[in-house]
Write a protein that binds this ligand. Sequence first.
Ligand code: 25A
Ligand code: L14
Length: 343
Amino acid sequence: MSAKNPRVAVVGATGAVGREMLEVLAQREFPASEVVPFASSRSAGTKVEFKGVELTVRELKEDSLAGFDLALFSAGGSTSEKFAPLAAQAGCVVVDNSSAWRMDPNCPLVVPEVNPQDLEWHKGIIANPNCSTIQMVVALKPLHDEARIKRIVVSTYQAVSGTGQKAINELEHQVSRLMNCQEVEPKVYPYQIAFNCLPQIDVFLDNGYTKEEMKMVNETRKILGDSTIRVTATAVRVPVFYGHSECVNIETEKKLTVQQTRQLLAAAPGVVVEDFPEKQIYPLAVAAAGQDDVFVGRIREDESIDNGLNLWIVADNIRKGAALNAVQIGEELLRRNLLRVPK
Ligand code: 25A
Ligand code: L14
């Protein structure tokens, strides 16, 4: 093995995000000497596809990640809490997609277009942010740099794929049963998700917000490196398979016109402006699905305050929101010669 051609493990490789990680590693020709899929004992022995070849999924055990240079984790928080420190101790750098390490002061929380410099101080575990947070900060970073954002009010319209393969199956199943006048019994979500909107993502906290909403508040401040930004969020599950949409209102210190905002966004890495109201052109979840960029449209001045803007921000939650961002972190680690666990 060598850090130039790293051995890469994908943990949670049978899940919605894990399979996309394999896909993105292949598409971007990540210079791995080997890629090995891991999952729980339930899936050990099953096959996943990588570059047209069937790989056999291995069970993740305590000593599995010794000898790997990089492990991309997407197997839930409890798996990450247990196995990420073991991997780092064995010299394998972890990029973790769960919420377990995101707010840990020893773990950088990174979106490569926004704060790649935070990779410099990693100690072996790097956290991949929440999907809704990633797409929002990619679009807001250039506006914050230019005009300093004071306050963000965001409402999300989140796809079921964020919850994993079982939720994708549940929406499909409920739609087909309801179309046949059959009753549905919710399993993954507390209520019927087909033809419905659920104002709850993840569990409720003591302050009345959901955990997903508070992730957006805390992660946004950590990634932008500005604890003074005020953020308030409402996270809603909608019956969409792939692609999170967000209605984002910002208040800035300096005024930004619509024209300036479009120019700043058009020049920003990873952002595509789709904003022609006269032609009814704006970002759509079904169009963003399978794409790498963050799409922004419906750019309007908030006429109720002096320096305010409204934006509609859409991205593929499984790609930029999870798998792609994790692989981009791997690429940036290689570029900066940081694919090693500091002593
Ligand atoms: O609540 P938690 O713990 O935080 O977990 C939340 C879940 O949300 C997803 C992810 O689900 C996670 O498990 N998730 C987390 N962060 C996410 C994010 N930012 C996110 N999704 C989107 N964005 P998932 O379905 O994507 O992935 C689950 C993977 O984790 C593996 N796993 C679980 N426990 C593990 C483990 N791996 C190693 N060690 C452990 N202890 C899990 O493996 C899966 O790969 P598995 O063996 O349990 O998977 C088998 C089940 O996967 C489903 N499935 C897979 N492929 C398909 C499929 N179903 C239908 N069609 C398929 N093609 C089956 O249900 C199967 O039983
Ligand atoms: O913190 O949509 O990455 O259910 C895990 C659950 C993202 C959203 C995280 C969902 C979340 C996801």
